[in-house]
Design a protein around this ligand. Structure first.
Ligand SMILES: Cc1cc2nc3c(=O)[nH]c(=O)nc-3n(C[C@H](O)[C@H](O)[C@H](O)COP(=O)(O)OP(=O)(O)OC[C@H]3O[C@@H](n4cnc5c(N)ncnc54)[C@H](O)[C@@H]3O)c2cc1C
Length: 455
């Protein structure tokens, strides 16, 4: 017996599934969409996002894809009268090294022909041309990338940074949004088009001419019949794919963040999203270091830690919170619904972040009690590119593997997946993000070689 039927069933009501439904409704006129989720919309990985965006990537396909996504986010910011609180103070990549040629080469690769126009170097002679990010307004921010290698200019523009910083690469098309508000805005549009939602866990899928989904809900089992099915199940995309007889090349790593009220004003409100690129040894007290050395499970915390710890003010110029994150965990784990938060993480990330912003040391041993410690799964392919397009069986699609970029990529991923489902014209980058990319061995080899970690 069928309890519900729909033209398209979307499994997963996180930002990826929602954005796909949004573009199907608003661009392709789909009305009969059923969004299915075991929990509430935007409540799993999408609730854990740092909500940052940037167009900085080492490969031109990802640059085009995220630029398109940011264009679409800006459209939503305008159409919703900035309900999504979009800001744009950029991403500041910092290093104590004066030679950052590798990064500049990577920027050239990502920007291609436009690099000449978009990269601005500020050494002693041209320092005056650098425009600091005084306003949070995305409409007023410059494009391109400023490369600062003048210590006096760095000191003046980023007074809270470690005095040893020699290079700052300021990516200007970057900032943050409220991903939750964007999801809610899209859900309202989907509802207005006739789309609906169902709360239940998909347990099994069978395929004859249509798809039949078996769900468990709080009221017992339920069946859904659909012409087409989209797998947007985030960290469980591999489980849903296996129900359709497909093995997805994805894995999950668990990543954490903290947010707390910066009552001591350690972080200037106008500081961009700042990343310390350098490896480091965490600044433990001698006593803590000795204790950690004795614990086989924690000894690694006394060794060399990777770079890419990040920090930003949260809640706008009049707010007082800050967010810190460090995606150092590279161990694949099976995703679980109960999240394995590590109680040591707040201390680890605070001490790591204090290297770039030494005023954070004031919080050692005294993080505010209302600190928020959270985390979620980065669902990734080995090359750290998303999977968007046909899944294999006719009428089945995937939009997943959004790693640490699913909020910023949601609009372009949703638009691309919607166009695939609707049989519309696809953008040039479509082939890079579909499963078909694995047939291009040369491309895959290049990607495996150039993938240098995640944020
Ligand atoms: C700590 C952290 C920080 C991040 N920071 C950023 C950032 O700053 N910027 C950025 O762009 N991205 C960031 N991300 C990444 C971003 O949050 C994710 O890529 C994005 O939220 C993934 O969305 P999704 O819809 O694919 O997955 P989810 O939000 O997990 O949605 C998938 C949904 O599928 C449902 N589901 C799964 N299996 C079933 C089933 N069998 N039946 C029914 N429902 C099912 C789940 O309940 C879930 O609601 C961060 C991620 C983490 C973990």
């Amino acid at each position: 017996m069928t309890d519900h039927s729909a033209r398209l069933a979307i499994i997963g009501t996180g930002i990826t599934g929602i954005a796909t439904a949004y573009y199907l409704c608003t661009v392709h006129g789909f009305k009969d969409i059923l969004l299915i989720d075991a929990g509430q919309p935007m409540a799993f990985t999408s609730a854990q996002s740092g909500e940052n965006y940037r167009n900085w990537w080492p490969h031109p396909a990802m640059v085009q894809f995220t630029n398109r996504s940011i264009d679409l986010i800006e459209e939503i910011a305008v159409a919703s009268n900035d309900r999504i609180n979009m800001t744009r103070r950029g991403y500041a990549l910092t290093s104590r090294a004066s030679n950052v040629e590798d990064l500049i080469k990577q920027l050239h690769e990502g920007l291609g022909d436009t690099a000449e126009r978009l990269l601005r170097f500020h050494n002693n002679e041209t320092a005056a041309e650098y425009e600091p990010a005084t306003s949070p307004d995305w409409r007023e921010a410059p494009d391109g990338v400023d490369i600062l290698q003048n210590k006096a200019l760095i000191r003046k523009s980023f007074p809270s940074y470690d005095k040893e910083i020699e290079s700052v690469i300021h990516i200007r098309r970057g900032g943050d949004i409220s991903g939750q508000q964007m999801g809610m805005y899209m859900l309202e549009a989907i509802k207005a088009c006739g789309g609906s939602r169902l709360t239940g866990a998909v347990e099994n899928i069978s395929h004859t001419s249509d798809y039949k989904l078996e769900l468990s809900t709080k009221d017992g089992s339920m069946n859904v019949q659909a012409e087409k099915v989209l797998n947007a199940a985030g960290p469980f995309a591999d489980t849903i794919a296996s129900m359709l007889g497909v093995e997805l090349p994805v894995y999950n790593t668990f990543q954490q963040k903290i947010a707390f009220e910066d009552k001591r004003n350690a972080i200037p409100r106008e500081m961009p999203f700042s990343i310390d690129l350098d490896v480091q040894h965490i600044d433990w007290s001698d006593e803590d270091r000795n204790l950690l050395m004795e614990e086989p499970d924690y000894k690694w915390l006394t060794g060399e830690m990777p770079g890419s710890i990040h920090c930003r003010p949260d809640g706008g110029d009049n707010g007082s919170w800050v967010k810190l994150g460090w995606a150092y965990n590279e161990s694949p784990q099976a995703a679980t619904r109960v999240l394995p938060l590590d109680e040591q993480f707040p201390d680890i990330v605070l001490r790591g972040a204090a290297r770039l912003n030494p005023a954070l040391k004031d919080y050692y041993g005294q993080l505010p009690r209302n600190m928020h410690h959270y985390g979620g799964w980065y669902t990734m392919t080995k090359e750290n590119w998303p999977l968007i397009g046909e899944l294999g069986p006719s009428g089945a699609y995937v939009n997943a593997a959004m790693s640490g970029f699913g909020t910023m990529a949601a609009c372009a991923a949703g638009e691309l997946c919607a166009a695939t489902i609707a049989g519309a014209k696809l953008p040039d980058y479509a082939r890079y993000f579909s499963l078909a990319r694995y047939d291009d061995r040369e491309l895959m080899q290049t990607l495996y070689e150039s993938n240098k970690g995640v944020l």
